[in-house]
Design a protein around this ligand. Structure first.
Ligand code: SF4
Length: 282
């Protein structure tokens, strides 16, 4: 059996930077407790390791005490939460991914004259909450062109179209084209989709077309990992999304000749290596 690992499998730049900042704090304790606001990475195995080292995860920013460190994860936070943390003298270590930060600032700048933000993304995703908090003239979040069609757009009004960084570029471009084709509204389209996501998806698509089976490694609660599994399934290639090597259906896999492996942007190298070793043992 041949096992082929996608070149882009594993941590993206933003996740890598956020974990490096947290590792730095954990490795050089200064007496101040360390908090994270929600999971710093969508991977239960890594989160467990940090919890064992004393990192406290809370979901409510009010639970972070004054004087504690709080590491802002790559998704970013809303500007209101950031302001409230600063007002309470919480020590902020901002590990917002530079690409998410850029998207927040682009939205802020482009909606400064009151244009309404139309954001293509998952309404309940923390990155989306952060992005829309920078919109100056109202916002609407939609997950599909059908949902956008159900939102009444006012002729003559100015709109700003943007996407959550991990959204599918092809679908976003099609939405942008449809809006531009209306002619009765003014639409500014912002470039906020991250290439890390696009590269992973393109590579997963190509790999899926050349193997008999695909394994996608990553947290079940990781949006970009789930989307990778979806992209692969759309190619018609059988696929299994696993969090760890123990979940590999080894009996089923033994009959395949070529197996492709990819992993989400929040999947640690160790877990990928364990899956590779499990497959190579076949
Ligand atoms: S996927 Fe892109 S935008 Fe999101 S954290 Fe990674 S590098 Fe940043």
């Amino acid at each position: 059996m041949e096992v082929i690992l996608a070149e882009t499998a594993g941590f993206c730049m933003g996740v890598d930077m956020a974990l490096t900042k947290l590792d730095h704090l954990v490795g050089e304790p200064d007496g101040h407790p360390i908090y994270i606001l929600g999971p710093i990475i969508h991977n239960p195995q890594v989160l467990k390791r940090y919890a064992e080292k004393g990192v406290v995860m809370v979901h409510d920013p009010a639970e972070v005490p004054a004087g504690a460190h709080v590491v802002i994860r790559a998704h970013g936070i809303t500007r209101q939460v950031e302001e409230s943390l600063r007002a309470r003298n919480v020590l902020i270590k901002d590990a917002t991914c530079p690409r998410v930060k850029k998207a927040q600032l682009l939205i802020e700048r482009n909606t400064a004259d009151g244009g309404e933000l139309l954001l293509y993304g998952e309404a309940d995703h923390p990155e989306v909450a952060g992005l829309v908090s920078y919109a100056q003239g109202g916002h609407f979040v939609f997950g599909s062109s059908e949902e956008l069609a159900g939102h009444a757009l006012t002729p003559g009004k100015r709109y700003v179209l943007a996407a959550q960084t991990t959204q599918d570029r092809v679908q976003f471009e099609s939405i942008a084209k449809d809006l531009a084709g209306r002619g009765d509204i003014e639409v500014a389209v912002l470039e906020t989709i991250c290439d890390a996501t696009k590269l992973r998806q393109t590579e997963a698509r190509d790999l899926a077309q050349n193997v008999d089976f695909m394994v996608v490694v990553g947290g079940y609660n990781s949006g970009n990992t789930r989307r990778l599994a979806q992209v692969v399934s759309e190619q018609g290639t059988p696929c299994k999304h696993v969090e760890t090597v123990d979940e590999l259906p080894l009996d089923e896999l033994a009959r395949y000749k070529r197996i492709g492996v990819t992993a989400g942007a929040s999947t640690p190298r160790l877990l990928i290596d364990e899956v590779l070793a499990g497959l190579e043992s076949l």
